[in-house]
Design a protein around this ligand. Structure first.
Ligand code: GLV
Length: 323
């Protein structure tokens, strides 16, 4: 291994990381519009692939790269787009970019929670369309989050940071997690509960879980039925966590207070029902989209690639199957 290793960025890495790679390796970057066919062709002979959540990293792509491939460095914390078993079979290390985006994503969850609770998107649309008739005592009333019971589903890094951010609002804090989180309990007075309990008691429910077969449609018709009719649901995790049709029905029928969504099933195509449903704040998967987070994520991608190609343990291994 060494200076002539070949790194293929299958879409795009920001200059903060790209420059680190270009200084050491032969690099190729396909750009945002790369087709699957172009990716398969360009991957051939790569020692490292830089990938992202918008496309599948599967056996087909790994085989197109060839047996010299050592690392798949995914630009993002989630890796539901990567077939980990296929990578392990081929002894390809998989890495991700945790921590760098924790605060940015938690801040977006709070932004969406506030925006949804006050129906900011609906109110702004009114203004932009020129239909505002002036100050109105009854129109555009929403929910206040101060004193609310706030439920964090999946109190990992991002969920934990979100809980810190909302601590100043007072009220109760509930969470679900596989393991108890003593620091959240001691510092923030959070209580670990079962999901159904959290859904029944919370005024705001924020989802911070990865997209896996187990978490698919965790929030379905039944779960939505447990929630308060005034509750706000926020999803900055993965679109698959929520049954879109069930959520749209709950909003349309006034069975849920509001929703703030950054991620969608089948994105970038989103269910058109979200565009017409009332009291929804929408964002196009921008949880980590701050200058600081995206630059740091790009540097982490490069650091992971460099470590593996230098024969070292990468800073952010998802799987450790090293050649
Ligand atoms: C974005 O969704 C990520 O997983 O980083």
């Amino acid at each position: 291994m060494g200076e002539r290793s070949r790194v293929v960025v299958l879409r795009e890495l920001l200059p903060a990381g790209q420059e680190l790679l270009a200084a050491r390796f032969e690099t190729d970057s396909l750009g945002l519009d790369a087709t699957r066919e172009q990716m398969l062709a360009a991957a051939a002979g790569a020692d490292a692939l830089v990938t992202d959540l918008t496309f599948a990293v599967d056996g087909e792509l790994l085989d197109a790269a060839g047996s010299q491939l050592k690392v798949v460095a995914n630009f993002g914390v989630g890796y539901d787009n990567v077939d980990l078993a296929a990578c392990a079979e081929r002894e390809v290390v998989v890495t991700n970019t945790p921590d760098a985006l924790t605060n940015a994503t938690a801040e977006l969850a709070l932004t969406l929670a506030m925006a949804a609770a006050r129906d900011l998107s609906g109110a702004e649309k009114d203004l932009r369309e020129g239909s505002w008739q002036g100050w109105d005592p009854a129109r555009w009333r929403g929910f206040e989050l101060s004193g609310a019971t706030i439920g964090v589903v999946g109190a990992g890094r991002i969920g934990g940071r979100f809980m810190e951010l909302v601590a100043g609002l007072g009220g109760e804090r509930l969470y679900t997690a596989r393991q108890p989180k003593p620091e959240l309990e001691l510092k923030l007075g959070a209580e670990r509960v079962h999901l159904d309990d959290l859904l029944r008691r919370s005024d705001l429910v924020s989802l911070h879980l990865p997209g896996t077969p187990e978490t698919r449609h965790l929030i379905d018709e039944r779960a939505l039925g447990l929630m308060k009719p005034t509750a706000v649901l926020v999803n900055t995790g993965r679109g698959t966590l929520v049954d879109s049709k069930a959520l749209i029905r709950a909003l349309d029928e006034g069975r849920l207070g509001a929703a703030g969504l950054d991620v969608f099933e089948g994105e970038p195509d989103l269910d058109p029902g979200f565009l017409s449903a009332p009291r929804v704040a929408l964002a196009p998967h921008i949880g980590s989209a701050t200058f600081r987070a995206r630059d740091e994520m790009s540097r982490l991608v490069a650091a992971n690639v460099i470590a593996v190609l230098d024969g070292r343990e990468p800073p952010n291994p998802v799987t450790r199957a090293k050649k």
